[in-house]
Design a protein around this ligand. Sequence first.
Ligand code: GLU
Length: 287
Amino acid sequence: MACAPKLKRTRFAPSPTGPLHLGHALAAFVAASRADPGAFLLRIEDIDQSRCRPAWEAQIYEDLHWLGLSWPEPVWRQSERRGAYETALNRLISSGLCYPCRCTRGDIRAALAAPQEGAPLVGPDGLVYPGTCRHRRIADAAPGDAIRLDMARAVATLSGDEGFQESGPAFRGLHRLDQDWLVTHCGDIILSRREMGTSYHLAVVVDDAAQGITEVTRGEDLFEATAIHRLLQALLDLPTPAYHHHRLIRDENGKRLAKRDDARSLHTYRAEGYSPADIRDIIEFTD
Ligand code: GLU
């Protein structure tokens, strides 16, 4: 008996920290256009509760409906998934790949400013951590500590065959994980931040697997983060989806649109009488 082909399932995963803008419209259209009918999901990425607001979440639903998009209910909110992230984190901790970290951003900047360190390196997880707390043991973790992944130990567990398939215009092809790059450009990434119990990287990997996402679509600015996600999939024995990183919408100075660009928010366009078809034209999205 022939197996039914796997549904192509994608997701749009905004954070409710401000108004959706033209870049989000493109991200949502790309995700929806690459899914089978009924298999385009919306996921609310609200782990950073200090920046998320219910009003922004309500606006997300309104803007997306206005654009003509629909998705199955219930919509997952990452703030309601803490148990799943904790399970994944505990698994990484049990593998002996983690350590507690009490450094503040200021501590990290100060350590990296030491003359012998050279220019601080910024990778897809921000400043590459100098390793100040790497000697500490999980058993000695204090309640407010973050949990970091010891990247050198983590990549040493890989088989060397890990990679992911990318279909976006800028990076099309098969990408193998570069272990040295992970150590030097990502370093000991944070898996769990004090007040969140997780991190963007861990939450996204756990949820994409739990929701059966077959293709992750998102902006090109997140391409480098995908290596971190592929690594976490290997460490957690999770399936690897395909990836599609799309172009970014930029302002007249070539800068990527940000949430603070309220002038280009979908809400503003709508209030000025633009239609969803006009939005498609402006971002040059053709299905
Ligand atoms: N929540 C992320 C954002 O708003 C998207 C993350 C992803 O697609 O992996 O940029």
